[in-house]
Design a protein around this ligand. Sequence first.
Ligand code: PEP
Length: 249
Amino acid sequence: MRRKIVAGNWKMNGSKDLVNSLVGQIRSELASLDNGVEAVIIPPALFVGDVVRQADGQIAVGVQNIACWDSGAYTGEISAGMAKDSGCGYSLVGHSERRQLFGETDEQVSVKVVKALASGLDAVICVGETLDEREAGKAEDVVSGQVRKAVSEVGAGQWQQVVIAYEPVWAIGTGKTATAEDAQAMHAAIRAVLKSLGAPADEISLLYGGSVKADNAAALFAQPDIDGGLIGGASLNAEDFVSICRAMP
Ligand code: PEP
């Protein structure tokens, strides 16, 4: 059985007030949900402790990024071990904004996956093609390459900590969503890549991300290889986020 996951990436948004109002509301509304969805909140790192307290064990918490190192003279960085120690269960790795705005490479993504897994975090590995790459017919090659590199150092006993989020770059924060059919096709391709690598592909959760909203989530989540969503903008509104969680079959 694959885990069904809906994860909200707050990016660099929010405040203590938002944590106080949003997390409690999400927690109480999700309490009556019985579709087996695991909700995850991924706030800016400074708010992780507050979210962990408000979530009270009923919502999982993650960080948006971790360092390539365990500790040391890396001013401004936080390690996977620190995230785990602060109550996180997840880390995003290789979000397209990290890749595009901060020059994060496939090699660094691979190292971060190793660090996350070794520290006991589940790694939500983000992959996705740009619009140019899609229009050039290279989407599947690009995404396959990102997946292969990102999981190249995953050990045989670590696959249950791996989650992959397919997020076409052109769909993130743009209001444009991949059609459910296109998203399904890419998810099936990712699963085939994982299978070819000897991973237990049928047990690995694959999330779709890119302008998921309350009104398009059900069609996406109904696809056989889409096991949940990575939600940006809509995760900053409790009703929208909960509606997306409810859209899981
Ligand atoms: C994201 O940040 O990963 C994302 C998918 O954002 P949005 O839902 O706003 O497109």
